[in-house]
Design a protein around this ligand. Sequence first.
Ligand code: THU
Length: 144
Amino acid sequence: MSATHIGDRDVDELIRLATEATEFAYAPYSRFRVGAALMTGGGQFYSGANVENRSYPLSICAERAAVTKAVNERRADLEIIAIAVAESKGGPCAPCGGCRQVISEFARAGAILIYKDGRGIFKRVAIEEALPEALAFLTEIPPR
Ligand code: THU
């Protein structure tokens, strides 16, 4: 599956929105403020930030916050074509494995993840590359 092509302007907008969303992070424990912004098949944008909890495992990543917000506003017909992740200090921030799984649930084939890698460069990776051999115990996702 080849990666979806999205224009540089959309990529820039996703990075801008993800960076802006870091301002809303609640991260008093890690002090690692993350933002995520996704684009839907209909060209709409949704963003979210990480929300930590004093019970650490209950913390929610920015990507999941953005996906949850979008689903709640779109009655589950969400189709992600791209999602960007940013960290408030401009450092590297690759989506965690759990978030890759959650993104894949709603991702169009070839949807792209945009994030800064360890060399400080924004990379664009197709979801199938970011999450190879994704969980597939169902032949298809049930009707929503
Ligand atoms: N975090 C995210 O929000 N997204 C990621 O992709 C990686 C990690 C958050 C979780 C936690 O609040 C903080 O960053 C430190 O791990």
